[in-house]
Write a protein that binds this ligand. Structure first.
Ligand SMILES: Nc1ncnc2c1ncn2[C@@H]1O[C@H](COP(=O)(O)OP(=O)(O)OP(=O)(O)O)[C@@H](O)[C@H]1O
Length: 245
């Protein structure tokens, strides 16, 4: 794969905490225009990878490029061109959703797709005058996604984006992700423990085990090889192939 086909490219990436490597020589390739489902057990290193790609953590060693730019040297340029939601999204709780997005756009220095459009995309009512402190968990999650997309980023990095959403909300987000890729040319890198959701949404899957990505594959290939779907595939990869499919 040519380097300029890749929205995310890491080589031998390492992150150590207190001298202990939690990300180990990790290689990740995310193609432009794909929905990449990032899978792994609790503590495998998904959030740590996302934090390095979004400039929240500095790599200990190795190389990581996002949209062709080095994560260390060009952090600010990267941040203008990506949208992310990592961990529970934090807002100005005493302000409305519209005000929160206005502050975000002012900070980014762009108009983006427009605040009402972004709120409508995620199923929130732009005329809602309630402060965000009154929002349910699912509404906060939707607002987090609206903030991640409102400035029209090229790449979206979403850590467990459907946590807290009801079944209707999950379906709406799935449709939204597909629309963002097809109509707005975005690339989406997302993690989820909800394999059923990844099966419905992603076209590429990457599996991280103990801090290293052990395989990146097209979902269609997995579906051909594992009649029962992603769960059998994932368990096999997580156990080093010892578990029968
Ligand atoms: N700031 C930190 N200091 C020390 N250890 C950390 C820190 N952040 C993460 N870790 C450790 O790094 C490892 C990977 O954690 P990470 O949160 O990236 O996993 P994850 O794959 O996102 O897990 P989950 O699916 O549970 O969210 C864990 O062992 C975690 O305890």
């Amino acid at each position: 794969m040519k380097t300029n086909d890749l929205a995310v490219k890491t080589e031998k990436l390492v992150k150590a905490f207190s001298g202990q490597e939690m990300i180990k020589s990790c290689k990740m390739n995310v193609r432009y225009g794909c929905i990449y489902g990032f899978l792994g057990a609790n503590g495998a290193g998904k959030t740590t990878m996302f934090k390095m790609l979004t400039g929240l953590l500095l790599p200990t060693a190795g190389k990581a490029e996002v949209l062709g730019m080095d994560v260390v040297g060009r952090r600010d340029d990267i941040l203008k061109n990506i949208g992310s939601m990592i961990d529970v999204p934090i807002f100005y709780d005493h302000l409305t959703a519209v005000k929160n997005l206005e502050i975000h756009l002012a900070y980014m220095g762009v108009q983006g797709m427009g605040i009402p459009a972004a709120l409508e995309l995620v199923g929130l009512e732009p005329s809602n005058k309630q402060p965000v402190s009154r929002y349910s968990l699912g509404m906060r999650q939707r607002l987090g996604i609206a903030r991640a997309v409102v400035h029209n980023p090229k790449l979206l990095i979403l850590d467990e984006p459907i946590n807290g959403l009801d079944p209707m909300g999950i379906r709406e987000m799935r449709e939204l992700f597909l629309r963002l890729v097809q109509k707005k040319n975005m690339t989406i890198l997302l993690s989820s423990h909800m394999l059923n959701e990844i099966e419905h949404t992603a076209d590429t899957v990457g599996v991280i085990v103990n801090g290293t990505i052990v395989e990146e594959t097209e979902l269609s290939t997995i579906k051909q090889q594992y009649a029962n779907g992603l769960e059998d595939y994932l368990i096999k990869k997580m156990t080093g192939g010892k578990q029968n499919a």
